[in-house]
Design a protein around this ligand. Structure first.
Ligand code: LFR
Length: 497
């Protein structure tokens, strides 16, 4: 890479990466410098972040990047971290991290949402935050920590969301970036500040919640101890949209930014499928609450009105279950078998709560078949196909809701992220929804992270300009809907599940 290089640290559900990004001749170029495993640690009953191992890999990757960029014609000009939402860690008054740090699939979070609703009503929580109700939200995880009397909870002087925590390791600065803060279900989408009402009602210390920093803000420089280790002397740390989904949405190659009446929507497709629109302001309405959509914070004050859908998680976990049984098909083989299997043999709602963290996905799907009065899938192709069809059917329902919520008609669905490579799923989506699908870019989150750092350092001037650069740089694939009628009958059955 040549010229000014931005380093994006992207921590995903199975791997983390250090990626170098630069703009050269009107094109954004990316180079993956270091890829490492990101696997939660199971210890006794708990599911924890391996934050120390990750820090080791991140600093190693940064060292490699500094060396490689320095050896070429480039110069590292900033670094920023993104990861998934809702998880957090605690720091104490001696500037020490208080372990352990928990993962949102940690079993002790189950049931905490019900406890919270005993204290504050669903209506009130929604009115304050505009957020969808999910057991994994920071609010309920914090309640679990409070109830358990965690040492972290008792001794903390700061709470940082996970990307913020890695920013702290890099720079020594304690900040909370707004897009990820918005996933906590403690932030007002209208004012962008914390809900004092909820903090008080749940007895969460106000000092943990400083005013959130906007994506694109330089928050400090790589501190000297880290510079000595990585070679990144005096390099600014610039907060990207630290919520991976917010970064992914930034890289949707659409024309325009945050239209009030959107004619496109996105699916950020990976372990989760996040399907929604980008709006100029939140929609904290009864209909939104009823449909359980969420108003998360996007870049430059935009709102991501979206729904969490269980995503490729099911497909991934079917593969993990097969691996345990001694067979290990590749993704391509799984898609091929799905394509050859009969259509609509079993309908799977990807958001069935039993599929969130089952011990064995295949066993769970078989028992789900029983519970919903369907035939147990007899071969793997049917299993694979059902997992993909379930997503497409869920997208179809979600699209209807999005159009109702925004009072607009959506004609293009942008699929970004790893799932955009799954041609069968893209075509099923086009057919089930009867809309044009534009798939790509694949590296949506890393691209969005780099783009925001470019904006933050003044190399790009607007989201529009960033999207233009992205359109010029990364190919997309268009899928035209066909044979949509065959989806009507299964869609009706699906809605009844
Ligand atoms: C996607 C994601 C979703 C969030 C879920 C849990 O990686 O960030 O947006 O709801 O993970 O944090």
């Amino acid at each position: 890479l040549r010229g000014p290089v931005h380093l994006a640290v992207d921590l995903g559900a199975s791997s983390g990466r250090v990626i170098a990004g630069a703009s050269d001749g009107g094109q954004m170029r990316l180079a993956e410098v270091w890829r490492f495993e990101n696997k939660p640690v199971r210890m006794q009953k708990d599911l924890l972040w391996n934050h120390l191992g990750l820090w080791q890999d991140i600093s190693h990757g940064l060292r490699l990047a500094a060396d490689q960029v320095g050896a070429g014609a480039g110069e590292v000009v900033s670094v920023g971290v993104d990861t998934w939402g809702v998880d957090f860690g605690f720091l104490d008054d001696k500037d020490q991290l208080i372990s352990p740090v928990r993962c949102y699939r940690d079993p002790r979070n189950l049931g905490r949402m019900q406890d919270a609703l005993q204290r504050v009503s669903r209506e009130e929580i929604f009115a304050e935050t505009g957020l969808q109700f999910m057991e994994i939200n920071t609010l309920y995880q914090l309640l679990a920590a409070q109830q358990a009397g965690d040492v972290g909870y008792q001794n903390a002087t700061s709470l940082l969301m996970m990307a913020d925590l890695f920013h702290w390791m890099l720079s020594g600065e304690r900040t909370i970036e707004a897009s990820n803060a918005s996933t906590s279900q403690l932030l007002s989408p209208v004012t962008g500040t914390w809900s004092t009402k909820l903090l008080e009602a749940f007895n969460f210390p106000a000092k943990w919640f400083p005013t959130p920093t906007q994506a694109g803000t330089p928050i400090g420089v790589v501190q000297s101890s880290v510079a000595a280790m990585t070679g990144l002397h005096d390099v600014p740390v610039i907060a990207p949209a630290t919520h991976d989904t917010a970064s992914a949405v930034l890289s949707v190659p659409a024309e325009g930014f945050a239209p009030a009446r959107p004619d496109w929507c996105y699916i950020s497709s990976g372990t989760w499928s996040l399907m929604g629109v980008e709006l100029p302001s939140p929609k904290v309405t009864n209909l939104c609450a009823e449909l359980n959509f969420t108003n998360e914070g996007g870049v430059h004050g935009s709102t991501r009105l979206l729904k969490n859908i269980g995503g490729l998680w099911i497909f991934q976990q079917i593969r993990a279950a097969l691996q345990r049984r001694g067979s290990a098909p590749s993704w391509a083989e799984m898609v091929e078998a799905a394509e050859a299997a009969p259509a609509f043999s079993m309908l799977i709602n990807p958001d069935d709560p039993s599929l969130l963290a089952p011990t064995d996905m295949i066993d769970e799907i078989c028992s789900l078949a029983g519970r919903t009065g369907q035939k147990v899938p007899m071969d793997n192709g049917v299993l694979f196909r059902s997992a993909l069809e379930g997503l497409a059917l869920r997208y179809r329902l979600t699209l209807e809701s999005l159009e109702r919520l925004t009072e607009s008609s959506i004609n293009t669905i942008h699929i970004v992220g790893g799932g955009s490579l799954n041609a069968l799923l893209c075509q099923m989506t086009a057919d089930a929804c009867n809309r044009t699908v534009v798939a790509g870019p694949v590296e949506a989150t890393a691209i969005g992270n780099v783009a925001m750092q470019m904006i933050g350092s003044g190399r790009l001037h607007s989201i529009d300009e960033a999207r233009q650069l992205i359109r010029n740089s990364f190919p997309t694939q268009t899928y035209t809907p066909g044979n949509s009628g065959v989806w009507d009958e299964p869609a009706a059955r699906f809605a009844e599940l």
